[in-house]
Design a protein around this ligand. Structure first.
Ligand code: NAD
Length: 268
C-alpha cells in the first residue's frame, strides 16, 4: 500500500482508462496511492497506442506494480452504466473522491458539409453526453457522502481539448462537441462550487495516443504540426496525466472552473 502519495487512499473513477490519456492517468494516480476504477467499453488497450506494456490491461498493469484498480465495463453514453461505475467505486472502496470524465472520440479530416449525421451523433454522445452523465453520477454520490462528512465534497476533471476553445479546419464535429464540454465544465463549476465540489477541464493539443495515430503517421502533417508547437514536440500521455494528478490532488485546492491548456504553447 502506498502511504505517502499525493492521492493516498483517494477513490477515483476514470472513464476511457483502458487506453491513452486515461490509462496513463490511471497508472500515475495509482502510483500516487489512489484506488482506481477503470471504466471503459473495452478492457484491452486500443491498437495503435504509443505506451509501453500494451499487452496488459490498465488494471493488470496497476496491480502488477503493487497498486489497486478494478475494471468496470462502462459505456459513458448509457446512464445506467455510468451510475454502475460509480456504484462499483463505492461498493469496493467505500466512496468516490475524483470523477475523471476522460472518454472521448475524435472525428476529423472533412469539411463541415462532408461529415455524416453519425459522425456528429457519436461526438456528441461520447464527448458531451458522456461527460454530462459522469458529472450527474458524481454529484449525486458526492451529495450522499456529504451527508456523512463535509470533507467528502469531491472533485471532477473533464478531459476537454484546445479544440473546445477555438476553431480548427476539418474537425468541426469534434470541435463543437469539445466546446459544449468546455461550457458544461463552466456551468457545472458555477452550480456545484458552493457545495465544495471543484470542477476543472484539461485542454491538450495533439497528444500521442491511438486517437491521433493516423495523424502522427502522416509524415507531412506530423512535421508541420510539430513545427507549429513552440516546444517542438507532440504531447505525451504523461504530460496530460501530470496535470490531471495536480487537479485531482489537494495541491490545486483553489483552482476551480478552469480550462487549462497543456499544449506546449500551441495556443499562443
Ligand atoms: N490524443 C489527443 O491528441 C487529444 C487531444 C485533446 C483531447 N483529447 C481527449 O482526450 C481524451 C482521451 O483521448 P485519448 O487520446 O486517450 O484517446 P484513445 O482513443 O487513446 O482512448 C480513448 C478511450 O476511450 C474509450 N471509449 C471510447 N468510447 C467510449 C465510451 N462510449 N464509453 C467508455 N469509454 C469509451 C476507448 O475504448 C479508449 O480506451 C478524449 O476525451 C479526447 O477527446 C485527446
Amino acid at each position: 500500500m502506498n502511504t505517502r502519495g499525493q492521492l493516498r487512499d483517494k477513490i477515483v473513477v476514470i472513464t476511457g482508462a483502458s487506453s491513452g490519456v486515461g490509462r496513463a492517468s490511471a497508472t500515475v494516480f495509482a502510483a500516487e496511492g489512489a484506488k482506481v476504477v477503470v471504466a471503459d467499453i473495452i478492457e484491452e488497450p486500443l491498437a495503435g497506442g504509443f505506451g509501453a506494456d500494451e499487452e496488459s490491461s490498465t488494471a493488470e498493469l496497476i496491480k502488477s506494480n503493487g497498486g489497486d484498480a478494478v475494471f468496470v465495463k462502462c459505456d459513458v453514453t448509457k446512464a445506467g452504466e455510468v451510475d454502475a461505475a460509480v456504484r462499483a467505486a463505492v461498493e469496493r472502496y467505500g466512496r468516490l473522491d475524483v470523477m475523471f470524465n476522460n472518454a472521448g472520440v475524435y472525428r476529423g479530416g472533412k469539411l463541415l458539409d462532408e461529415f455524416t449525421e453519425e459522425d456528429l451523433q457519436l461526438c456528441f454522445d461520447v464527448n458531451v453526453k458522456g461527460t454530462f452523465l459522469g458529472t450527474q453520477a458524481a454529484i449525486r454520490q458526492f451529495r450522499d457522502q456529504q451527508r456523512v462528512s463535509a470533507d467528502n465534497a469531491g472533485t471532477i476533471i473533464n478531459l476537454v481539448s484546445t479544440a473546445g476553445l477555438h476553431g480548427n479546419l476539418k474537425q468541426s464535429v469534434y470541435n463543437i462537441s469539445k466546446a459544449a464540454q468546455a461550457n458544461l465544465t463552466r456551468c457545472a463549476a458555477l452550480e456545484y462550487g458552493p457545495e465544495g465540489v471543484r470542477i476543472n477541464g484539461i485542454c491538450p493539443t495533439f497528444t500521442k495516443t491511438a486517437l491521433t495515430r493516423n495523424l502522427f503517421d502522416d509524415t507531412a502533417f506530423m512535421e508541420n504540426f510539430t513545427d507549429s508547437v513552440p516546444l517542438k514536440r507532440w504531447g505525451e500521455t504523461d504530460d496530460i496525466a501530470k496535470l490531471a494528478l495536480f487537479l485531482a490532488s489537494d495541491a490545486s485546492s483553489y483552482i476551480h472552473g478552469a480550462l487549462i491548456p497543456v499544449d506546449g504553447g500551441k495556443s499562443l
